[in-house]
Design a protein around this ligand. Structure first.
Ligand SMILES: [Zn+2]
Ligand SMILES: [Zn+2]
Ligand SMILES: [Zn+2]
Length: 164
């Protein structure tokens, strides 16, 4: 992907937005990405990504498992975790460490730093991919002789909807 991408890649969604467009856009992007990378977008991978994208609130692995079991009696935890790992590796979802849950990436298809804003009111998550923040952290860590390779940046606060 050419050029720098904008720092904000997923703002807080408006109450009245058409979420089916978010979901369909995410599924189409995932399909194109898997095809481009020669990865199989199996029915299970597709279904779990769909379940993650049902809302803008992060979803926990055991909730995904419960949903999946309604459709596939034999669904087991390793199945869910393996699939989540695949989606994480491909950058299709992100892990919200503070909630031990997952959200869909607002702009998959390229590596980007991830800074998540987590609303303590409704649990909605917005996503920043600010290179400047990432570089600043790298530099500060580097000054201590620390080679950072992973940065988990999560801010907890109140989203525009909840602060009204
Ligand atoms: Zn939406
Ligand atoms: Zn992302
Ligand atoms: Zn909120």
């Amino acid at each position: 992907m050419a050029g720098p991408h904008p720092a904000t890649i997923a703002p807080f969604p408006a109450d009245d937005h058409d979420h089916s467009r978010c979901r369909e856009g995410a599924m189409a992007a995932a399909e194109a990405l898997c095809r481009r990378r020669g990865m199989r977008f199996t029915r299970l991978r597709r279904r779990i990504l769909e379940l993650v994208w049902e809302q803008h609130q992060p979803v926990k692995a055991y909730d995904l498992l419960a949903r999946l079991r309604e459709e596939r009696a034999g669904a087991a935890p390793p199945t869910v975790y393996r699939t989540l790992d695949f989606l994480l590796q491909q950058g299709l979802i992100h892990r919200v460490e503070s909630l031990n849950a997952y959200i869909g990436c607002g702009e998959p298809g390229h590596r980007h730093p991830v800074q998540l804003l987590v609303c303590r009111g409704c649990s909605a998550v917005a996503e920043l991919a600010d290179e400047e923040i990432a570089r600043l952290l790298q530099r500060k860590a580097g000054a201590l002789g620390f080679q950072a390779d992973t940065a988990v940046v999560e801010l907890e606060g109140v989203c525009p909807q909840c602060s009204r």
